[in-house]
Design a protein around this ligand. Structure first.
Ligand code: SAM
Length: 263
């Protein structure tokens, strides 16, 4: 794959994103570990335990931009281990069939394979078809490291609101903005030099990883994103423990978790 990221008009961003994830799908999980030094696992665990409603389900969950099923697997394991819940289900949705294929392969080795607890469906987060994903269907909508790849964030949020039941929870894990200047400069160094280098060495694909770094750069700050979540109709500030804020920073804002409730 070869493309000049800066010259790409936004109309072809979707195509570009598909190309990026096609080219990385088989190495995606190993690259995640390498780039984040394994930290994405801790963030995902924290993200999933933050979804615990404090009582036994079962819950109907949709995991959008779910890729290889990392979040789905954690949700199902969490429900089973904490609540002996084998009825909670996750519909994994992604625009890229190759990422989902990796997910299906991985789920074949789990106890959830061939059960109603898991499904994989190709669809665009910005335009989930109502025939396939009806209004007021899900208790929880998750999107992890996916929304920044979408061309139109408000459309994604509108669809999330639509498919959730009233009282349902929207939860987003995404790379964010680091406030502390020292941490920010270390992080910049790391992401602009080391990540594309790792992409070259491990996946033979510098440009895809360069794209990932730039997409993180362009994503809105925590307060701006929280405002977009509210504009889609969600109530924020009730879910996040501690400060009662709309989001929770991880590692000083390298990533953050935003939550909202459909009212
Ligand atoms: N959620 C998974 C995780 O945390 O490991 C995968 C994250 S991966 C960085 C981003 C995923 O977003 C890719 O699988 C990509 O295909 C998907 N994606 C990008 N644009 C999308 C869209 N418009 N609708 C649905 N999925 C999309």
């Amino acid at each position: 794959t070869h493309f000049g990221f800066k010259q790409v008009p936004s109309s072809s961003k979707q195509h570009l994103v598909k190309e990026v994830f096609d080219s990385v799908s088989s190495k995606y999980d190993i690259m995640n570990d390498a780039m984040s030094l394994g930290v994405h696992r801790l963030w995902k665990d924290s993200f999933v335990s933050g979804l615990d409603p404090g009582k036994r389900g079962p819950l109907k969950v949709i995991d959008v931009a779910g890729g290889t099923g990392d979040i789905a697997l954690r949700i199902l394991d969490y429900a089973r281990e904490k609540y002996s819940d084998r009825e909670t289900s996750v519909d994994v949705v992604d625009i890229n069939g190759m990422m989902l294929k990796e997910g299906e392969k991985r789920f074949k080795k789990t106890m959830y394979h061939n059960t109603p607890q898991i499904s994989f469906q190709v669809s665009n987060a910005q335009s989930l078809p109502p025939s396939q994903f009806p209004d007021n269907t899900y208790d929880i909508y998750t999107i992890a490291f996916g929304i920044r790849n979408c061309t139109n964030i408000p459309d994604v949020l509108t669809q999330a609101y639509r498919v959730l039941k009233p009282g349902g929870v929207f939860a987003c894990l995404e790379f964010s903005k680091v406030e502390n200047p020292l941490l920010a400069s270390i992080y910049d160094q790391y992401s602009f030099s080391i990540i594309p280098l790792l992409g070259t060495i491990l996946a033979g694909d510098r440009e895809s990883y360069q794209y990932l770094v730039e997409s993180i750069r362009k994503f809105p700050s925590q307060p701006d994103f929280a405002q977009m979540v509210r504009e889609a109709g969600f109530e924020t500030g009730k879910m996040v423990e501690g400060r009662g804020g709309a989001w929770r920073d991880l590692w000083g804002g390298v990533a953050s978790v935003h939550m909202g409730v459909k009212v």
